[in-house]
Design a protein around this ligand. Structure first.
Ligand SMILES: [Fe+2]
Length: 455
C-alpha cells in the first residue's frame, strides 16, 4: 500500500500482506523462499494544522546461507496475492581473506534528493560499485514542512514551535529514486543528524529505523545505531555519533569487543565510519564532534584503524595520517565526503580563513552532548581555536559535489578516488594510494579468550 498524508489518514494493517522473497542463482528457477516481517510507522502531530503521515507497508526479509561472490536473482512481494515484483539481481560480497576484496566500494554522505543528488547517483552508478556506504543525512525530510514546501532553517522560521515538522513523503520519493541502484547493489547506512527527526513522545530515528536494516545482531551489537560487517578482507565499523559513545557506555563497550575480535590476518583493513568528522578544516561544523574524538580516538588508534570516512560537512577533504592533531604515520587517514547533494548548499569557507574561525561556544551540537573544543595547547595553532593556514592534518580540500570510490588492491594497498559531479566519469578530482604499513605500525593480535576459557 501507499503512504498517506493529510488530516484524516487511516494506517494500513501490515498483517494484511506477507513479506516473501523468492530467490536463486538461476533467473528461471527462484527455488529458495525467505519470509520476513512487515511494519508501518506514523507521524502524528498532537495539534491542529499539520498534516499527519502514515507509511506504506515496509517489508524486511533476511536471506541467510548465501554463497560469497555469487549472483542471485530475486523477486519480492506476497505470492498469495499475486503481488510480486519484477526480477532483480545482486551479487554477494567475496569471502573474507587477505587476498579477497570487493572491486569498487562507493562512499557518499549527505545525499538528499536534489538535482545534485541525481548527478551524484548517476555518476556513481556509471562506476558500477559492488557496495555502497551512505554516511548519514539521507533524505533531509526534516527540512520540509508537512505541506511539502522546503524550509532550510526551520528553527529560524519557527523558533517557538513545540515539534519540528517533517515531510515524510520525501523518504518515499528517495526510496523510489534509489531503487534502480540499491535493488542490485548492497547499501550500508549509518545515521546522521537529519535522521533524528524528534517527534511527539520524544521518539527519534523512526523513519530511519523503520526503513533500513542493520546487521546489529550479527555483529553482537545491542543497537541498530552501531554495528560492523566484513566486505571481503575489510572490516567496517559503523558508529553512532548521536547516541551515547562515552566510556563505559554500551556503544563504547561494544566497540572494544568488536575491535578485540577483528582478526587482521583475515580482514587486514580496518575502516571506521560515522557522520560528523573529527578532522575537518571547514568553518561549517568545525570541531563540532570534539567530545566524541576525545572519548573514542585513543581506542581506534590503539587498534590501528586504517581509514575513517565521515559526512556532515558538505564538501570534500582528505587528511594526512593524524592522531590527536599531530601527524602520525600510524594514525588513520580521515576522509570527509559529505558532498553527495544535500539541500543546504555546499560548505565553502575554511575555518582558517580570516574572519571565519567560529566562536568556540557556538560549535557544540546539542545532540552530541557536552562542550570539549578549546584552544589548541600545542603545535602551530597553539593558543588559538583555528589555524591561520590550511592545517597540517589537511592534505586536500575542495567544495564540489561528488562521491568516492574505494578499491582495496591487496592487504597493504588501497586506491581512493574522489569524483566531482561536474567532471566526466573518468576524470578524477583527487586520487591517492593509501598504504598500510604493518611493519612500522604493528596491529594488535586478536584475543582468543572465548576459545581458551575452559582450559
Ligand atoms: Fe549532517
Amino acid at each position: 500500500g501507499e503512504y498517506q498524508i493529510g488530516y484524516n489518514i487511516k494506517p494500513l494493517d501490515p498483517k494484511t500482506v506477507s513479506s516473501v522473497v523468492l530467490y536463486g542463482t538461476s533467473k528461471f528457477e527462484l527455488v529458495n523462499v525467505a519470509k520476513g516481517q512487515s511494519l508501518i510507522y506514523n507521524q502524528l502531530y498532537p495539534f491542529e494544522g499539520l498534516q499527519n503521515y502514515t507509511s506504506g507497508i515496509i517489508h524486511h526479509v533476511r536471506l541467510t546461507g548465501l554463497e560469497p561472490s555469487t549472483l542471485y536473482y530475486y523477486r519480492c512481494g506476497d505470492p498469495s496475492l499475486h503481488a510480486m515484483s519484477d526480477i532483480y539481481y545482486f551479487r554477494t560480497m567475496p569471502i573474507s581473506g587477505p587476498q579477497s576484496y570487493p572491486g569498487r566500494i562507493a562512499i557518499v554522505g549527505d545525499l538528499g534528493l536534489t538535482y545534485n543528488t541525481t548527478t551524484t547517483i548517476s555518476h556513481m552508478t556509471s562506476n558500477e560499485p559492488d557496495l555502497v556506504l551512505l554516511l548519514g543525512d539521507v533524505t533531509y525530510a526534516n527540512l520540509y514542512l508537512t505541506n511539502g514546501t522546503g524550509s532550510n532553517c526551520y528553527s529560524c522560521s519557527f523558533p517557538q514551535t513545540p515539534i519540528h515538522e517533517t515531510y515524510q513523503p520525501r523518504w518515499d520519493y528517495w526510496g523510489r529514486f534509489m531503487q534502480n541502484l540499491v535493488s542490485r547493489v548492497p547499501i550500508m547506512v549509518v545515521e546522521g543528524n537529519h535522521e533524528i527527526e524528534k517527534q511527539a513522545g520524544d521518539k527519534t530515528f523512526v523513519a530511519y529505523s523503520s526503513r533500513f536494516a542493520f546487521p546489529s545482531e550479527e555483529s553482537g551489537s545491542p543497537s541498530t545505531f552501531y554495528y560492523s560487517f566484513n566486505a571481503g578482507g575489510i572490516h567496517f565499523i559503523m558508529l553512532g555519533a548521536y547516541i551515547n559513545y562515552e566510556k563505559p557506555g554500551e556503544q563504547y563497550k561494544w566497540l572494544e569487543r568488536d575491535l578485540a575480535n577483528v582478526d587482521r590476518s583475515v580482514t587486514p583493513w580496518l575502516v571506521a565510519t560515522w557522520h560528523p568528522p573529527w578532522y575537518s578544516s571547514y568553518k561549517a561544523h568545525y570541531r563540532e564532534a570534539e567530545c566524541m574524538r576525545v572519548e573514542v580516538e585513543d581506542l581506534l588508534y590503539s587498534y590501528g584503524v586504517d581509514i575513517v570516512f565521515n559526512g556532515h560537512v558538505h564538501a570534500y577533504e582528505r587528511s594526512n595520517r593524524v592522531y590527536n592533531y599531530k601527524l602520525d604515520p600510524c594514525g588513520p587517514v580521515y576522509i570527509t565526503i559529505g558532498d553527495g547533494g544535500n539541500r543546504e548548499k555546499m560548505s565553502i569557507p575554511f575555518a582558517d580563513e580570516p574572519g571565519h574561525c567560529p566562536d568556540p561556544s557556538t560549535t557544540p551540537d546539542p545532540y552530541m552532548g557536552g562542550f570539549c573544543a578549546t584552544n589548541f595547547t600545542f603545535g602551530p595553532a597553539a593558543g588559538k581555536f583555528c589555524w591561520d593556514r590550511q592545517p597540517d592534518y589537511s592534505a586536500f580540500r575542495e567544495s564540489s559535489f561528488g562521491y568516492g570510490i574505494f578499491e582495496v588492491k591487496n592487504e597493504t594497498w588501497a586506491l581512493w578516488t574522489w569524483y566531482r559531479n561536474q567532471d566526466s566519469y573518468k576524470k578524477v578530482g583527487d586520487q591517492i594510494y593509501i598504504v598500510r604499513q604493518p611493519d612500522i605500525c604493528p596491529v594488535r593480535q586478536r584475543m582468543y579468550s572465548d576459545c581458551v576459557a575452559s582450559f
